[in-house]
Design a protein. Structure first.
Length: 193
């Protein structure tokens, strides 16, 4: 019997959800622009990658909804939601991220060396509180970066969201058994340019 792979074992992706994805350039370098105080001044490559993210989201319209995102000089943060009722949600999420990375690779570097690290870092947002914390992190990421690079003593970085302390499969089984309340998100997307 073939068993379908799920990134978070025990989480029921068909119930819909909210995911926070970080994908980094490899090697890490300021290809997408520079930080100026609380914003990122995108380079041509950064503008191109931004267009490719929006294109990927448009391609998956009706499934993927961008909630917050930002491009940093050497990585991108994206939070998106997807609705309940899709048995192939894991596959579609992977296809969305893959399309974004593949198109931006082609448009930024052509057939040259890969610009992205393999895969991506993802985190299921398990509550509205966590969604708000992730969105605040995305919105303030440029300012945090600037403060850290100008004078590290200005800011002690504490990530605004903590991973739950439940262990492995028990946590993900629990998450899959309640409504994540992603369909009624009332705050606008945070779009940084």
């Amino acid at each position: 019997m073939h068993k379908s792979h799920r990134r978070f074992h025990g989480y029921d992706y068909s119930r819909g959800g909210s995911m926070f994805v970080t994908t980094c350039l490899e090697p890490r370098r300021p290809l997408f622009g520079r930080v100026d105080h609380d914003s990122v001044v995108l380079s041509e490559a950064g503008e191109t990658a931004k267009c490719d993210l929006l294109e990927a989201a448009a391609h998956f319209a009706g499934f993927i909804t961008l909630r917050s995102w930002t491009f940093m000089p050497d990585h991108a943060h994206i939070r998106f939601t997807w609705p309940a009722g899709h048995a192939d949600a894991v596959k579609k999420i992977g296809a969305f991220v893959g399309r974004f990375k593949q198109f931006s690779q082609y448009h930024v570097a052509g057939r040259g060396p890969a610009i992205w690290e393999d895969g991506y870092h993802d985190l299921i947002c398990v509550s509205e509180r966590m969604n708000r914390a992730v969105d605040a992190y995305v919105k303030n990421n440029a300012l945090k970066w600037w403060l850290m690079h100008v004078d590290k003593s200005l800011m002690h970085v504490v990530e605004p969201f903590l991973l739950p302390e439940a262990g492995g499969d028990d946590f993900w089984r629990a998450v899959g058994n309640f409504d994540l309340n992603v369909s009624g998100v009332s705050h606008p997307s945070t779009i940084r340019s």
